[in-house]
Unconditional design. Structure first.
Length: 184
């Protein structure tokens, strides 16, 4: 299995996740603004060893099995500082997930990171479509999906850290993604 590559955007370095990132993730992740719209499988209040346990027992084994790809998000201007995480998963209706620490939200950084990993999903992994679930009240995530050419294909309900909400499934096919890139 080929190792997950480091990806670069105009302002970001997306570095493959490693166990050594646990402490930085613990510091940046355990904020209500970050976790409230994540799947209810995320424990809240976030335990002191939450990041270490997640990396060791869930994310890194999934990477080793070739079922998931995870990157830390770092600014090129401060590459030592982890500011978020973005992931690809080979699961039905759940192909991309992310979080960004509150201090860096609202600057277009997640759009940049999402474009890079979506390109990896379609070009390097050869996937035919991308589906992304989200809590309907998560307006920022919805706007990102709209900006990147995705369309809403289904709604249902699911449990999130902050409660039970309508869940939206957004989709873009490889062909739609390629057409969108040609228009830029």
């Amino acid at each position: 299995m080929e190792q997950t590559p480091t990806l670069y955007t105009e302002r970001l370095i997306l570095r493959p996740l490693e166990l050594a990132d646990a402490e930085a993730i613990q510091q940046q992740f355990a904020h209500w603004e970050v976790v409230r719209y994540l799947n209810a499988l995320v424990p809240w209040p976030y335990p002191d060893d939450g990041a270490l346990t997640y990396l060791r027992d869930i994310a890194l084994p999934a990477i080793a099995a070739g079922k998931e790809w995870h990157w830390t998000i770092r600014l090129k201007s401060a590459p030592e500082q982890l500011i978020g995480n973005i992931s690809l998963m080979d699961e039905p209706d759940n192909h991309r997930g992310f979080w960004l620490a509150p201090a860096w939200q609202g600057q277009g950084l997640m759009t940049e990171a999402s474009e890079a990993v979506t390109r990896y999903w379609f070009e390097a992994l050869g996937q035919p479509l991308m589906r992304v679930p989200k809590a309907a009240p998560n307006i920022g995530s919805r706007k990102l999906s709209e900006r990147t050419g995705m369309r809403l294909i289904r709604t249902d309900e699911d449990d999130f850290v902050s409660g039970r909400f309508p869940r939206e499934i957004w989709e873009i096919t490889r062909e739609e993604w390629q057409q969108q890139r040609l228009k830029r």
